[in-house]
Design a protein around this ligand. Structure first.
Ligand code: 0R9
Length: 643
């Protein structure tokens, strides 16, 4: 490290060191330089505004994506302090934007500005990773502005006008030499801000996308907080308790807010947050909640004779069947553990949540005996189904251990046994299955044809799924069990590829299979093992040139243009529109959809489990209205979806 003569420069050196380090190793600060990291920049700035809201001074946050992928975030809080820091001789605001971790120093006790995983790295990191940043502060009767380029000050804070209002506005353009892409995904941001609004009762957040011709905009403000969140998640489900059970304690050492509601579905949907960060891996807060549910329902069932002493206790999983819950706690110094650092480790939090829920839930059940009875009836039937599922599972296991060739009869397996190089194509229909079997590379590609009507897993319990003649082949072929028993280390194929037609039936089978994987083999999706094959929609042929395959209408139009430039017009071409995989011969199927060198595979990701959950429940559920709405809104993307 370079040494400078003047002592007083030491701090500035530190500042530069910090910024350079961020630019050299962005991943250490924001996780990655993919679109995920890019979105993270926005969350960082919005988090600062949310902190001001949590401190009680800000009610409104506006986010805009301007043309050119410039982000603008504005709040109506007190404005970042502008006074000059005695030691650094620069304003507090500039310090926050140029010095790593300066926020904490100035933050005082303004709330729960705590780093969780990658969060809370602050404004200086966003600044360091931006081509330019512009901060405008309304405070003390004036409008003040400062500007930066790649993290360095190009204009210190200066007064540029008068205003009687207060607030902070931050505009920045992420650095395209650092990020893989600057193209923000509107939906992802919209989902995150909806979630933030749910988590911060009464806070208004808006987002506007001004990049394209079509203006996209959403506004969120939920007076009901987590109550509204649960109602949103359960929008298209049949409810058992009409209003969510709501528990809130804000004045304790660990502020807690919880809402939950039972539905007639068979899955368990619990989302937990610490300091507004989604704790995907759970942790002590979640464990405390689960323990309280199990204990309080069992106590109630025993004391009201719904369960006899001899019956034994209901298991936690029986009590959680059909539950939708959101738990949010605020922890001053959270310890995050786990693979993705999203598991809360603080042991005191478990007890706090547990005793709070024990007491509040016991009271609720006493006051609402009919609801208590309805929920417990469901728990008891879940318990019976679990017993039946165990027997079904054992049957499957016994069969597997007795016979060596228990793989589904329809499966054409590959010869390699190395999961990492193997792939299984789940193919709709016997004729496409036939082509796929002939066209494949049998060393590492297996084919599993499915046919007929698939089971809708949203409407069935685990015991039905084990015995189901459509899903059982999938379970056995993948080879890693399902549900709580699913063991990703046992998968027989590194890629599980759904290959279905680009029509209504294909979309239907795709949605059903994805729902099944989401509900019963979620790690398979989380681990990135699930793919969608993309068969072409068109084949263009002409004597003298190679066949051209187009996978979208857009691509078809582009190809027309390009051919036009070469003097080939549309009417010279023979155009085939593929209605189904079955129309392709084995060779064509290989060339277009299965050859690793040429095919297009779309990896199914779980960017947003919350969104996926509500989408699946809605698409698979009973209520027609939300489904119609979704299809209308997404018509462009899911033209083929079955209604
Ligand atoms: C548009 C995005 N908004 C912000 O980044 C933002 C930061 C911020 C803020 C304060 C008020 N509004 C804000 N908006 C603030 C905080 C405190 C006192 N006065 C104003 C305080 O924490 O005590 N600040 C966030 C950090 C800082 N201010 C500080 F470190 F400069 F004090």
């Amino acid at each position: 490290m370079e040494k400078f003569e003047h002592e007083y420069n030491a701090e500035q050196i530190q500042v530069l060191d910090g910024i350079e380090h961020v630019r050299k190793r962005p991943g250490m600060y924001i996780g990655s330089v993919s679109i995920r990291g890019l979105h993270h920049l926005v969350y960082e700035i919005v988090d600062n505004a949310v902190d001001e809201a949590l401190a009680g001074y800000c009610t409104k946050i506006k986010v805009e994506i301007e043309p050119g992928n410039i982000i603008c975030v504005e709040d109506n809080g007190r404005g970042i302090p502008i006074d000059i820091h005695k030691k650094t001789k620069i304003s507090a605001a500039e310090t926050v934007y140029t010095q790593l971790n300066a926020g904490g120093k100035f933050g005082g006790d303004s709330g729960y500005k705590v780093s969780g995983g990658l969060h809370g790295v602050g404004a200086s990191v966003v600044n360091a990773l931006s081509n330019w940043t512009e901060v405008t502060i309304k405070r003390d009767g004036g409008i003040h502005q400062m500007k930066f380029e790649k993290g360095k000050t190009v204009q210190s804070l200066q007064r540029i006008g008068d205003s009687s209002e207060t607030g902070t506005k931050v505009r920045f353009l992420a650095d395209d030499t650092i990020f893989e892409t600057l193209e923000y995904d509107y939906e992802t941001l919209e989902n995150r801000f909806r979630e933030m609004a749910f988590l911060t009762k009464g806070l208004y957040i808006s987002i506007e996308d001004k990049r394209g011709e079509e203006l996209k905009k959403a506004e969120f403000c939920y007076e009901g907080g987590l109550n509204s969140f649960v109602e949103y998640l359960n929008e298209s489900k049949e409810k058992i308790n009409p209003k969510p059970i709501y528990i809130e304690k804000v004045d304790g050492e660990v502020p807690v807010e919880i809402a939950f509601q039972y539905t007639s579905s068979y899955s368990e949907n619990i989302y937990s947050f610490v300091n507004n960060i989604n704790t995907i891996e759970g942790g002590t807060h979640l464990e405390g909640f689960k323990r309280a549910l199990t204990k309080t329902f069992n106590d109630y069932a025993k004391s009201h004779n719904i369960l006899k002493e001899k019956d034994g206790n209901l298991q936690g999983e029986d009590i959680r069947e059909g539950i939708t819950a959101v738990i949010s706690v605020k922890v001053r110094e959270p310890q995050f553990e786990g693979q993705t650092k999203t598991k809360l480790g603080n042991s005191n939090v478990g007890g706090i949540v547990q005793s709070l829920v024990n007491e509040a839930l016991a009271t609720y059940l006493e006051e609402n005996p009919n609801i208590a009875k309805a929920i417990l009836e469901k728990c008891v039937s879940a318990s019976r189904a679990r017993e039946a599922a165990r027997k079904a599972r054992e049957l499957v296991r016994r069969k597997t251990s007795l016979e060596t060739t228990t793989l589904p009869g329809k499966l054409a397996d590959c010869s390699s046994k190395k999961a990492e190089e193997c792939e299984v194509y789940i193919v709709e229909g016997d004729s496409a299955g036939g082509s796929a079997k002939q066209g494949r590379d049998r060393r590492y590609q297996a084919i599993l044809p499915l046919w007929g009507k698939m089971l809708n897993v949203e409407k069935a319990r685990a015991d039905k799924i084990y015995g189901n003649d459509k899903l059982n082949p999938v379970i056995v072929a993948v080879g890693a069990g399902i549900g709580a028993d699913f063991d990703i280390t046992k998968i027989r194929y590194g890629k599980v590829i759904i290959m279905a037609d680009a029509d209504v039936d294909g979309a239907h089978i795709r949605t059903l299979l994805l729902t099944f994987f989401f509900r019963y083999m979620r790690p398979l999706i989380e681990n990135g093992n699930v793919f969608l094959a993309q068969p072409p929609l068109y084949k263009l042929s002409k004597k003298g040139i190679d066949d051209i395959y187009c996978y979208t209408d857009e691509e078809l139009n582009k190809t027309y243009e390009e051919l036009g430039k070469k003097g080939i017009s549309i009417d010279q071409l023979s155009i085939q529109r593929y209605k189904g995989l079955g129309e392709m011969n084995p060779e064509q199927l290989w060339e277009t959809t299965m050859d690793p060198e040429r095919r297009i595979l779309v990896r199914v990701t779980l960017e947003d489990a919350i969104k996926a959950d509500s989408t699946f429940s809605m698409l698979m559920g009973d209520e027609v209205e939300p489904r119609r709405k979704f299809i209308e809104e997404n018509a462009k993307y899911v033209v083929n979806l079955d209604v």
